[in-house]
Design a protein around this ligand. Sequence first.
Ligand SMILES: [Zn+2]
Length: 405
Amino acid sequence: MANFIKQFILLFSVQLMIVENGWIVEDISGRRYLVNFSGSPFSRKYAHRLRALNLKQIYYKNERSRKTSTASRTAGVRATVVARKPGLDTTCPPKDIFPLDSGIPCFMDRTATPMFVYFTFDDAVTSWNIGFYRHLFGSNRLNPNGCPIRATFFNSNGNTQYNLVNELYRGKHEIASHSISHRGPPTWWSQTATMDDWIREIVGQRTNIHRQTAALDGRGVPVAEIRGMRTPFLAIGGDVQFDMLERNHFVYDSSMVKHDRKPSWPFTLHDPSAAKGPICRSKHCPTRPHRVWEAVMNVYYLNQSGLVTPCSMIDGCRPRGGRRGALEFLRTNFRRHYDDPDKVPFGINMHAAWFAFDGYLSAMNDFIDELLKLEDVYVVPIYKLIEWIREPKKLSELNSSKFGC
Ligand SMILES: [Zn+2]
């Protein structure tokens, strides 16, 4: 209760400090923004945006007083927009600093923001699972800008048929590294693996994919286009893993799971402490800043009661009722992202084995049909989504010449 009163007093004092229509704030990279505060009732909805900017200083709009305050860090302040005014550096944050839960990139209006959906499939690409991929990502399925819908494949070596990896790559899907051995136990990845091991496994599979595919058609998947990774068993390997990624010019990891109803956009690990808690729970989370993106895996709920443990991957959930049940499961989880105030991208992270259950493949097929009826939905691989976050474009600007396929 005492805490509540303290919060209230802080909030009240924050109110008093708001002069005219905003504050100038400075983030850790030294950029300044003009932040407007609305006069509407306090809403926690926007508080995280300010916190996520990693503010170093907060100034009054009238800079003469140059007073600083830390109040907004402790009390939820109500920021609605970052205004763009001439003479002030109110551009978007630097391309490779995108803090966790900082809302829609560049504070873009949600109606102008595309709704991104990305599919990821883990493990070997084989003659068994390629059929599902051909079926779901047929050439007739297009995004609103006319580009075909595409997925990301986190590929591990065992059982992979590299002619099929080539087929996926030529079809404009994204290929990413999921290790050479995929060895167990999970603790080997989180506790035992050394820098050399990580390089052998993750960089090694990048090289391996390139060599094996190039041996077949003379070109193969270029190393520079293998930009991402996912750890086997989603076992995070601490700073060693992220040092390995950074030193070897990977763009992103996608192994951290967010155990929370509020989903998150991909974010950068320039401040890994922000990921502690709801996202990285193990003691093997990175502790130092890394120039790496994290395409966080938001959990799925089997039903809305919250009584059943959420699943980290689609195939961890087995909805009842075959095709109908599975479709409903996909719809409700999509809506939780789509209807979020931050219009959070919906990742469909899975193994193809889920399609072996009766009706589930048809459900996914129906679900994609439904997605493609929505005029703001774009189904893209992870790296395209990160490209967009780095340089956001309004829906109206997403024609193929500007965003590419
Ligand atoms: Zn795997």
